[in-house]
Structure formats: C-alpha cells, structure tokens
Write a protein that binds this ligand. Structure first.
Ligand code: 9MJ
Length: 694
C-alpha cells in the first residue's frame, strides 16, 4: 500500500474506534460488536507497529499504557480548580437559595444539579481537539501531570469530536465504578495481590501509579463537570448547556445531571438521588447544586477559593466509627477460614451494621485490628460492610506504654469441628483441615455436590442442606442416597418448628409430601451419572469441571485414578504439580475413600471405559486451545482432528499452551495468548498443517 493510503487507513481505523468508544461510553448506545472493535484495534496496532512514522500518543491504541517515565511533573492550573462549600442540613440549602435569590434579584434561579462523585478531581487540557495534558487538582493552584495514566482511561477522550476550540480545559472526576472495584479486589485476593480499601482509594492510588501499564489494568472511568481555561470558543450561557456541549465533544457526563429550581426542587433531587444511591454504578458522597446562568455566577463571585454560586449537599457518611466486640471466623466449602468482626451496632448510611468482613488473615495483619479497637467501618451499596482502618490513637496503652489489646491471632483449631487450621506457604487464606468432617464444610460440600453442574439434584437447596447437617441426618454426601420421603418430611417439620414457621395446613394436620417425593426422585435420578460429574462433585480443591473431565478421560475408570500416585498424576496432560498433589492427598484420605465406597454401595454408578490417552502422533504432548469461529469446520471438528494427531485440547490458555488456533472474532483467549507469547495459528495455518501433519 502507498504511504498516503496507509495513512488514510490508520486515520479511518482511529475514527472507527473513537466513534465506537463515544457511542459506548458517552451515549451508552453501542453499535459496534466486540469482534469488530477487536479486529480494528488489532489492525491499527499492526499498522502502527510496522509504520512507527504514524505513531500518535492519542491513538486509541494508547490505552494500554506506556513504560514508566519517573516522577510526575508539576502543573500550574491557569484557572484554579475550585473546591465547594458543604451543606449537611436542608436548612443550609434553603439559606443558599435565599441568598442567591436575594443577590441576583431572580425570584426562581435555575440550578444545574449533579451527583457528587467520590473520586479524584482532575483537569484535562486539549489544544485544537487533541489531548495534550492532564493533571490532578493538587492544592487547586498546582497539581501533578498524570497524562500518561489518564491516557489509559477509556472514557477520557484523546481526540475531540466536531469543532473543538484552540484551548479547552475540562474538569471532572476520575473514579472507579463499584463493579470494577469488586472485580479488581476479587482478582487481587485470588492472586495474592494487595486489595484496594475502597473505590476512592482505588482511583487515587491507580492514578498516582508511576507505571501507566499498572494504571491501564485498573478499571477507571471519568465524568466531566466543569471548565477551566477556554480559548477560541463561544461558550453557552448556562452551565447545563455547557455540559450538553461537552457531551457532544466526546466527554462522558453523568446521566443523573438535571436542572432544578427552588429549595424544594434541590431537596427533591437530593432525595431522589439518595434513594438511588446504592443502585448507582459508582460511589457518590452527595449532590452538587450550581447556579446555572454564568452571568448570575459572576454576580455571586467567590469567598476565598469556594464559589458562592455552588454548594455540595452531602449524604450521611458511609463510614462510621465503632468498636470491635469480637473477631469471629466463618468456614467455607474448601475450609477457607474467613475472619469477620462483630462490632458495637452503628448506623452507616442509614442502615444498622453489626458485622464487617476482614476477607483473610493478610487483611487482619494489614489493618492490625484487635478486639476492643475503635475502627472505621464502611458500607458502600450492597457491598458487605468492611473495616477501613483502625484509629490507633484510641487504643489504650498499659503502664509500660504497650498497647493494651493483644494482636489478633487466627484460631489454630477450627471453631466448628476442632480440626487444625493451616495456612500453606504463599497462600493468603488459612484453611480448616477437617475436610468433610467439618459440618461447616459439609454444608458447603453438599451444596456443591447437589449443584447443577455436579450431581444436579433439583430442589436440594442450602436451607434443606443446612437442616440435614444440623440435625445430623447427613454426614457425608453418600448419606443423601439413604434419605427417605419420611426423613425429608420430619426434617422440614423440625426446621419449621425451630424457625417458628410451621404452615397453617400442617397445624391443622395436613402434611404435604409431594415435594419430598420429588426430592427423593431427584436424588434417585442423580444415581445414574458420569465419572467426570462425580469427580467434580467430590469438591476436590482446584478440580473444576475441566480437570474432572481430563481425569475421567485419562483414566477411563475410577479405580485406576484411586490407585494413581502423585507422580502418575503429574504425567496427566494439563495437570500441574500442585493439583496432582491435591488429588493424591484427597484420595489418600481414608474418609474420602469411604465416601466413594458408600456412593457406590448406595447405587451411584457411571459408565467406565478404556483410558483415552493420546501419547502418539505428531502432536503428542502438545496442548492446544481453539478460539473464535472457523469457516471450514466447527471448533469441535477441528479439536477432534487435533486430538487424533495426539494433541490435548484445552479450554484455557496458559504458559503451558503449545499454540492457540484463533479463528474469526477471537477475543480474550487470543489476547491472553498474545500476552503470554504463545504461538498463534490462523485458520490457513491450521488447514495447511492438517493437510500435511509432520
Ligand atoms: C463531583 N465531584 O462530582 C464538582 N463534582 O464543580 C461535580 N464536583 C465541582 N461538580 C466545581 N459534579 C468544583 C467541583
């Protein structure tokens, strides 16, 4: 292609991607498929890689983050970044409106009303429509240049749409949406990385990362709400029209912004948003009222740094101080011992809170929470309340100046079954070693056993399982197969009596038994199953459906698997040393062997066959992942052909993957393969290999 044609294509791809981002992030009305988006992005990346002369720091490919550049430079804000006065009471809002009505002479001044995002204020500078710099608020006069990090935030436009002025500074908030925060922390917990204390800290910490590639991994977002320096544009006469104009230029603006008049109008907005607060996808700590007309704003002026024409009306804090009465632990299915604190009840954001999670022992060590401590708890939305920090100054000291409260130690014995609690090297989670002897684990294990993808016992929910364990009617999963209709009926009667929920019909002598018959029927139906379901249902740690399938195919029958030692298990393709050890330990435990024998004795059965091992063929020992659509055959067909050549076909990409076959619209698996440097085959390569597999 000629240079001019190439450049035109680069520009076209950038425009397509910018448009797709705009529709997605600003209009909330996407019209592009992920597949097209990925395809354009990959094409653009390739062109930019091959033709460095087309490089542009504002290209949509810039979102991945560049290498770190050292410290942040100082940025002087040409127009200072304002702070807002706060109001907490309705009366203060009424006074604010009265003052403005009087001083402007306008009997019903209009206000732009906006949610007050709880993130980090920043200023973005554009020259001739191109992003040139972004800075934190700092002290309002001077901030830090965090441009490289801001470029990685997908909702920060890098090139403006339409007629952009010579200079445009846009102010707004960078924040971490709640769902993204939860997802990030779940990931961090799983990978032993540090969790973020709350979305606000998450946003602030991420933006101040010296390595933009780290920021790029953090799910941040941006909303615009004010202007800084502007040159070469005729501004609208009101703030609300400015927000509409900013939206046209490509800036996301909160969908909740509105216009209201009168103290009643402002307070109605405050209450309306307050009711929605928990359901909003981001944290807010109040709403903001801004006098809408710029001429009226100028007439009101400023007191020190704060405008007299705007005010932030805060909601009750979602963080409160209280004291720790005790630290307890929960035990999960895999024995994970999760500590939580029992607190002196406290109102947080209008709800009484008595418990907060501590996630794991690392979190306890990080926070150093001790019984008796004064702590700050936070409740954000539907999220489980959590301990934010300890107020150490409130911790009393003894005569020697040492803290009076002892550091918390996780119990060494499981509070439910008394078995040892152990923490493996490099793991953040401590676990009860009682396995299925532990009633807490038994409930969770039964729940997993009965779940749809395991033994698929319909109607056996957590409530019944808890009662069965509590009344000692079921000790192991095999005991389920001994339960009769009468057992279930009497279990329910006892549970209802305990919970004081005995139905009227029962009180009058009628006992419904149809549900119990159905349940016994469902249990009976689950007897006829497959080996892979049984292996998955046993709940061996790290043995998910895919590993269960691998084991079932590799061994063909249960007994050879029971006899396999750790070394033999390690030879199974796709099973690493840790999982091999877990499986060997599980089957070495006599009580686990007894459960398996009891399942068989109670009629649980599955077809067994010869082991399916493909140790031969040109692809023996290779693990292959198929992703995306192929045009010449289905993925299953391609998988079967590769298996016939000795390959092991896996569902997920890892360092051990030998190569990935990427068809049309391949997504995250392809990205992962690229990230790990795994060899990638396109369909043409696959076909030519299948034609001549040497
Ligand atoms: C927030 N935090 O959402 C302002 N803000 O306006 C909104 N902050 C603001 N406006 C002028 N919506 C200074 C700060």
């Amino acid at each position: 292609m000629k240079a001019a044609t190439l450049q035109a294509r680069v520009e076209e791809l950038r425009r397509l991607l910018d448009d797709a981002n705009y529709r997605y992030y600003v209009l909330d009305d996407p019209d592009t498929t992920d597949a097209d988006y990925d395809k354009w992005l990959r094409e653009l990346e390739a062109l930019e890689r091959e033709h460095p002369e087309f490089a542009d720091p504002n290209s949509p490919t810039a979102r991945v983050g560049n290498a770190p550049s050292g410290k942040f430079a100082e940025v002087k804000h040409g127009v200072p970044m304002l702070s807002l006065a706060n109001a907490f009471e309705d009366g203060e809002v009424e006074e604010f409106v009265t003052r403005i009505t009087k001083e402007t002479g306008d009997a019903a001044p209009a206000f732009s009303v906006e949610p007050k995002l709880d993130g980090l204020a920043i200023s973005l500078r554009y020259e001739h429509g191109m992003f040139v710099r972004g800075a934190t608020r700092g002290d309002g006069a001077t901030g830090e240049d965090v441009s490289a990090n801001l470029r990685t935030i997908r909702t920060v436009p890098l090139r403006l749409r339409g007629e952009a002025p010579a200079v445009l500074e846009v102010r707004g908030e960078v924040f971490m949406p709640k769902a993204a925060f939860e997802k990030y922390n779940a990931w961090a917990r799983e990978h032993g990385e540090k969790t973020l204390a709350n979305p606000r800290n998450g946003a602030a910490g991420s933006l101040r990362q010296l390595d933009p590639r780290v920021t790029a991994q953090r799910p941040l977002a941006f909303y615009a709400y004010a202007l800084g320096e502007v040159d070469g544009a005729k501004l609208p006469a009101t703030h609300s029209n400015t927000l509409a104009w900013l939206r046209e230029l490509g800036f996301p603006v909160s969908a909740e912004v509105d216009v209201a008049t009168g103290a009643e109008g402002l307070l109605a907005y405050y209450r309306r948003i307050g009711e929605k607060r928990n359901a909003l996808p981001y944290d807010i700590d109040g709403v903001v009222y801004k006098l809408d007309r710029y001429d009226q704003q100028r007439a009101m002026g400023f007191v020190s740094r704060a405008p007299r024409w705007a005010i932030a009306h805060k909601y009750p804090a979602q963080e409160q101080a209280t004291t720790v009465e005790s630290i307890e632990v929960n035990v999960g299915r895999t024995g994970a011992v999760t500590p939580w604190v029992l607190m002196t009840p406290v109102q947080v954001g209008g709800v009484t809170v008595t418990r907060a999670t501590l996630h794991n022992a690392d979190q306890i060590a990080r926070l150093d929470v001790r019984v008796g401590d004064t702590i700050i708890v936070r409740r954000a939305g539907d999220v489980i309340p959590e301990v934010v920090r300890v107020i150490e100054d409130k911790r009393p000291l003894d005569a020697k100046g040492h803290p009076k409260f002892a550091a918390y130690q996780l119990p060494t014995a499981c509070p439910v079954c008394g078995s040892a609690v152990e923490r493996e090297e490099g793991e953040v989670v401590a676990r009860c070693t009682g396995g299925l002897f532990c009633p807490a684990q038994r409930v969770q294990a039964l729940f997993h056993f009965a779940s749809r993808r395991a033994m698929d016992i319909e109607g056996l929910g957590e409530r019944f399982i808890t009662a069965l364990v509590e009344f000692d009617m079921v000790r192991s999963v095999a005991d389920l197969y001994r339960l009769s209709v009468d057992d279930f009926v009497s279990m329910k009667q006892r549970a209802d009596e305990l919970a004081d929920t005995v139905p009227e019909t029962v009180k009058s002598g009628k006992v419904a038994t149809k549900w119990a018959e159905n349940l016994v029927g469902a249990i009976d139906a689950s007897r006829s199953t497959t080996l892979e379901r049984v292996l998955y249902a046993l709940g061996i740690r790290d043995v998910g459906e895919s590993t269960a399938r691998t084991l079932a195919r590799h061994f063909g029958a249960l007994d050879p698997l029971l006899q396999a030692d750790e070394e033999t298990l390690r030879q199974v393709p796709d099973i690493g040393p840790i999982v091999a050890a877990r499986i060997a330990h599980f089957f070495a435990e006599s009580h686990n062997r007894e459960v398996i024998a009891a399942l068989r004795a109670n009629g649980v059965r599955w077809p067994e066959g010869a082991p399916q091992r493909s140790a031969e063929g040109p692809l023996a020992g290779k693990t292959v992942v198929l992703t995306g659509g192929l045009s010449s055959m289905s993925r299953d067909e391609a998988g079967a052909k590769l298996e016939a050549l000795g390959a092991k076909v896996s569902g997920s990409v890892s360092k051990k993957t030998s190569f990935v076959v990427a068809g049309e619209a391949a997504g995250s698996k392809l990205a992962k393969a690229q990230e790990l440097g795994v060899e990638i085959w396109d369909e043409a390569k696959l076909l030519s290999y299948l034609a001549d597999p040497t």
